[in-house]
Design a protein around this ligand. Structure first.
Ligand SMILES: Cc1ncc(COP(=O)(O)O)c(C=O)c1O
Length: 397
């Protein structure tokens, strides 16, 4: 048994806000702001360049990676942090393709997050060997794993619908066909119990600004299966992935272990904030977290379906087939979400018509879920969303 959930006292939640968008940007953990101030004022302000050694800045990517490894079911030393998730997708994909030089197919799915597909398209152009990116319907992926597939690259939880792929099963199918497997855990890390090592997948990548509460622009992570890491030929051969960065050798020699997946100077401020943010996971049993998330999601579906008949469930009803978000389709979903946000219930919207609600059991409880559904009912029954002020689209939806 882990600690009791939720742990609202560990977070700065603005009064009057019910935050259902931790699947997009997690809330601020208490202590993170003080840590940022300490790094700026003391480490940077006073120690200056000495802090690279004295404050352990250079080790932060590994230290933070080890903490994330524990949350995704990976061994210590197998996760590197830094850069953005787009870059980590590129690194993993390039490494995987180099390990299957005779094959030309990248298999993903049509529901994958655009940047994952764009990075694949860009890499295909850079490699220039005529690789093919296939994107079948998510339900048809398994059947599409044929013997010409070099790598299966999937996002575990669909960002629009919350649909969850069966990690163990698809990884097995990929391996049976001789393909490599890459999982994007953007919507899974910190949302559920994961066993990435047990799945046997070669690579996993993810971001830390969602369920891991690392803050806007927080660094990404990449996992490489320990038995393969020393065979990776890095696409982005940066100096901090070199075996001896400060030897300043003219030719690249990759570092041993996941250090070779580092690229350049680590984002120290963001890593320090993330390190502090990860303290909220101390004592949390990820299976308890998953059970709580499923309960909250089920409750929200029941409440919204009984109160808001205009909305159509766009997520799997079966909690075992769903990540930690629930989506509803509504043709005026954008405006309805703006009206909801104006009333303190924060979710978000994804085109064309999806209202997304994330469930983060670290800082949400049943009372929040019921209050959010009541507010949504009010927005719809009063047609509050028709107010012109809710129609104008911001740059970020
Ligand atoms: C599955 C997935 N991949 C990638 C990204 C974004 O990548 P980046 O952090 O490089 O912007 C997101 C952002 O929400 C995502 O959901």
């Amino acid at each position: 048994m882990g600690v009791r959930l939720p742990r609202k006292e560990l977070f700065e939640i603005p009064p009057g806000v019910i935050y259902l968008d931790g699947n997009s940007l997690g809330v601020l953990p208490k202590g993170a702001a003080a840590r940022a101030a300490q790094v700026i004022e003391q480490d940077w302000g006073q120690e200056l360049i000495r802090a690279w050694n004295s404050a352990g800045w250079m080790d932060l990517p590994r230290v933070v990676g080890d903490r994330i490894a524990a949350l995704i079911g990976a061994p210590a030393g197998s996760v590197a942090t830094g850069d953005t998730l787009s870059i980590k997708v590129y690194q993993a994909l390039d490494a995987a393709l180099k390990m299957r030089p005779d094959r030309r197919v990248i298999l993903s799915d049509s529901g994958n997050f655009p940047t994952d597909l764009y990075m694949a398209q860009g890499l295909i152009g850079t490699i220039g060997k005529g690789h093919d990116l296939r994107t079948p319907d998510p339900d048809a992926v398994e059947a599409a794993i044929t013997e010409d597939v070099a790598v299966v690259m999937l996002t575990h939880v669909d960002y629009r619908t919350g649909r969850l792929h069966d990690m163990a099963r698809i990884t097995r199918a990929a391996h049976a066909a001789g393909a490599m497997m890459i999982w994007d855990l953007a919507h899974s890390a910190g949302a559920m119990d994961l066993d990435i090592a047990g799945s046997g997948a070669e690579f996993a990548v993810g971001c830390t600004y969602k369920y891991l509460n690392g803050g806007p622009g927080a660094p990404a992570f990449i996992y490489a299966r320990p038995d393969l890491v020393d065979g990776i030929d890095p696409a982005l051969a940066g100096w901090l992935g070199h075996a001896a960065p400060f030897a300043m050798e003219p030719a690249y020699r990759p570092a041993m272990s996941t250090e070779r997946l580092r690229v350049g100077t680590p984002p120290v401020l963001q890593l320090a904030v993330l390190q502090e943010a990860l303290r909220v996971w101390e004592g949390v049993d990820m299976a308890d977290l998953r059970a709580a998330s499923q309960r909250l999601g089920d409750l929200f579906i029941a409440e919204v379906e009984s109160r808001c008949p205009a909305l159509t469930l766009a997520s799997p009803r079966d909690a075992d087939r769903r990540g930690s978000q629930v989506s509803f389709a509504f043709e005026n979903g954008y405006a309805a979400m703006q009206a909801l946000i104006d009333r303190g219930v924060i979710g978000d919207f994804r085109a064309p018509d999806i209202m997304r609600f994330g469930f983060t059991p670290l800082y949400l409880d049943e009372g929040d879920v019921i209050a959010a559904a009541e507010t949504l009912q009010d927005v719809l029954e009063t047609a509050a969303w028709q107010d012109p002020k809710y129609q104008a689209r911001g740059r970020v939806t």
